[in-house]
Every structure is written in structure tokens, then in C-alpha cells.
Design a protein. Structure first.
Length: 391
């Protein structure tokens, strides 16, 4: 293939992203997003980090000589983007909900939700016209214990899903575009509502749906338990093989194409951060989860149309931000327009855990206008009447 001379840019220079953790003068933590970082050898493995312009991160490194470099993944991208789009000099930048740990060897803050964090100590710096390059010894590496299991490196990388940047755009480990710079962090800004768009699952969004379940921790968080929500679908499960994540993924793609798998996706920009499985109740009596867990639930009365809410999955960093409630609101609005009489949900009577309460909480349904219908099998069956005024 022929070559041309192109404009000098970083458009085709994909770079791994890291959040640098430093200590402010008052001892508090500060984080900033950077991509000018790589490793080299100098009597052992070292890392170099470039920082241009005046930044609080650079001030802190100059004062302390140490910092952490926390790998950015799809799970931590919203926070990382927020850190990158808000100056450390801005008062209140760190007044957000973030899980912060501390280094084991150096006194540096680390992002607890990042799977890998390098504790770095500067031993030399190179002055540039508009910045500095810090040459650093790696004093310690903090990594999630599960990264040292029996999985292959390919499987581990796929699970942690690192993010890279090119041309002011974030890309996933699979090369797919996630969002533009500045989009994911909108949801993190302290005191602001989450900027969410709810979209109905359609065949053209199958790739977004599958990728969400590929990279988003849910259920137990273990890869073999990735459900792809195929056990709640409007199709007879007889003869289906759901024994591995790969097989469930293939079934999900098929169900989306046929319309058996229905629900809504929550987006921030181009990234899916939440999912709600909602289907016609009577279409799902033969699905696997109904047969396993719902035998105590009454079936529909003749002539009554009920939309059932079966499951939610929300990205860990986006939980407790009202996303499930927004998904539920869209379910109810569309069900009313489609002529359903009721929306029905099946929350546990008593809270168990985030993993076990994937059907939502009683309080959320009460706030949305649902009322208890009856109890069965440890669940409170909640219903919202769509035919009443002011639904």
C-alpha cells in the first residue's frame, strides 16, 4: 500500500491511560489523568512520565518526589475522565465519591478500583521547553489478587478492559470507540445529576449490549458467571446450553436478533452503564429463570397484559446514582404506550446483597408508584397500574 506524508499529530498513536495519585500540601489526595507514560530499563524496570504545563500534579511531584500511576479501565473511566477534565487547582475537585487507598511502600494515594497501581519514586527529571519528563523507580506494584489466577493473559486483559486514547477519543481494549474526551466524567461532577440517555435494546445496539456484559462486573464478578441476561427471555429454554459465558453470549446475540431478549440500555455518551430486562410476563413462563425461581408467582389473568421487570445490571462506578430508577421510568412509559395494563416487579422482601437483589429494591418501586400486590417465595410482588390517571 502506498504511503503519504501526513500532518504531525497523535491521531494514530494510541496511548495507555493512567491516573496519577499525589499528595497535596495539606496531605489530602489529588488525582490527574495522563497518557504520556511508558516503561524502560535502567538497572531494572523503570517508568517515565511526561507532564506539560502547570498542573497541581506536577507541583505535588516536585515537592514529594513520589506518586502512583493507576491503570485506567472501562470500570474507572468515568472517574479518570473527570480527573482529566477538572484542574487540580479548582477548589472542590476532590469533593466526590471515590474509593482511595494508600501505597504499601510509598506514601501515595491509589485508586482502589483500579486493578493495577504502580508506586513510583522520581530519581531524575528532564527539563523541556514546556514540560518535564520524570524518570522513576518502580518501588512497588499493587495488583488485584485475582490477576494471578489460572487465566491466560488474554483472558485477564479482556476482563480488566484497559482504556487507551487517540485523537481526543477513548477506545476500549477491543478497539471500539467508547466516548469522546469529557463525556464519561460528566456523571461524576459533584452535585450534578447523572447525564443518562435511556435507549431501547434493538438489533443495531447488540454490539453495545454484548460489550457491556463483556467488561462490566456483575453478579459475583467472576467471568464464568457472566450471565448476558439470557435466562430472562421470551423463549422456551428447552435444549439451550447456558453452561459457559461464551455460549450465553452467543445465545444473547441470537435472542436480541429474534426479539426474545428485551429491555433498555442506559448510556453516557457512547458508553453503556446500565441495563434493565423488561419483557411481556406471559412470554417468559418457559425461560430458565422463571422455571427455576418463579414457580410461586401467579401467572397473568386472562385478558390482562403485564410487563415484567426481571433484572438490572449497573456498572459498579455508576451505582447509587439513580440509573435503575431512570430505566424503570422508561419501562413504565413505554409499557403504557404499548397498551399494557400493569408493570410488575419482584424485589426480595428483605435486602440480601447487591448481587442477589438484581431485581431492584422495594423502596425504588414505591417511589415510582408501585404498590404491593402479594408476597410469594420471599419476594414482594409489586404492581403499577398503568390505566390509572397520573400513572
Amino acid at each position: 500500500m502506498s504511503k503519504i506524508s501526513a500532518e504531525i499529530s497523535n491521531l494514530f498513536c494510541p496511548q495507555t491511560l493512567f491516573v496519577y495519585g499525589t499528595r497535596r500540601e495539606d496531605g489530602g489526595a489529588d488525582f490527574g489523568l495522563f497518557c504520556w507514560i511508558s516503561y524502560y530499563a535502567d538497572g531494572g524496570l523503570c517508568m517515565m512520565a511526561g507532564i506539560s504545563e502547570d498542573k497541581l500534579t506536577r507541583d505535588n511531584i516536585e515537592r514529594t518526589g513520589v506518586f502512583s500511576a493507576n491503570l485506567v479501565t472501562e470500570k474507572t473511566l468515568a472517574l479518570a475522565d473527570y480527573f482529566g477534565c477538572n484542574s487540580g487547582y479548582d477548589k472542590g475537585k476532590m469533593d466526590i465519591d471515590v474509593n482511595i487507598g494508600n501505597g504499601r511502600v510509598l506514601d501515595v494515594p491509589v485508586l482502589s478500583d483500579s486493578p493495577v497501581a504502580f508506586e513510583l519514586e522520581v530519581y531524575r527529571k528532564v527539563e523541556l521547553d514546556s514540560g518535564r519528563v520524570y524518570l522513576c523507580r518502580i518501588r512497588n506494584v499493587l495488583a488485584d489478587e485475582e490477576l494471578f489466577g489460572s487465566e491466560t493473559l488474554e483472558e485477564k486483559m479482556k476482563r480488566i478492559a484497559p482504556v487507551c486514547a487517540a485523537g481526543n477519543t477513548y477506545f476500549g481494549w477491543n478497539g471500539e470507540r467508547i466516548a469522546a474526551w469529557g463525556e464519561p466524567g460528566l456523571s461524576v461532577k459533584a452535585g450534578k445529576a447523572v447525564n443518562i440517555e435511556i435507549r431501547k435494546l434493538t438489533e443495531d445496539r447488540a454490539g453495545d449490549y454484548l460489550h457491556f456484559f463483556d467488561v462490566t462486573p456483575h453478579s459475583t464478578g467472576k467471568d464464568e458467571h457472566r450471565c448476558y441476561c439470557v435466562c430472562w427471555a421470551g423463549e422456551d429454554c428447552g435444549g439451550r446450553d447456558f453452561t459457559t459465558a461464551e455460549k450465553r453470549r452467543a445465545v444473547a446475540a441470537e435472542y436480541i436478533k429474534s426479539g426474545a431478549l428485551q429491555g433498555y440500555l442506559a448510556y453516557i455518551g457512547h458508553k453503556v452503564v446500565g441495563w434493565c430486562n423488561a419483557n411481556a410476563k406471559s412470554d417468559c413462563y418457559d425461560c430458565l429463570s422463571w422455571k427455576m425461581f418463579m414457580q410461586d408467582i401467579k401467572k397473568d389473568e386472562p385478558g390482562i397484559r403485564v410487563k415484567s421487570v426481571f433484572c438490572y445490571a449497573v456498572a459498579p462506578e455508576m451505582r447509587r446514582k439513580g440509573i435503575a430508577a431512570q430505566l424503570l421510568s422508561r419501562v413504565c412509559d413505554d409499557a403504557a404506550e404499548d397498551g399494557f395494563d400493569f408493570v410488575e416487579a419482584y424485589p426480595n422482601r428483605l435486602f440480601v446483597s447487591e448481587e442477589d437483589d438484581f431485581m431492584g429494591a422495594v423502596g425504588m418501586y414505591e417511589k415510582a408508584g408501585f404498590e404491593p400486590f402479594y408476597e410469594a417465595g420471599g419476594k414482594i410482588i409489586m404492581r403499577k397500574n398503568l390505566k390509572q390517571r397520573g400513572r
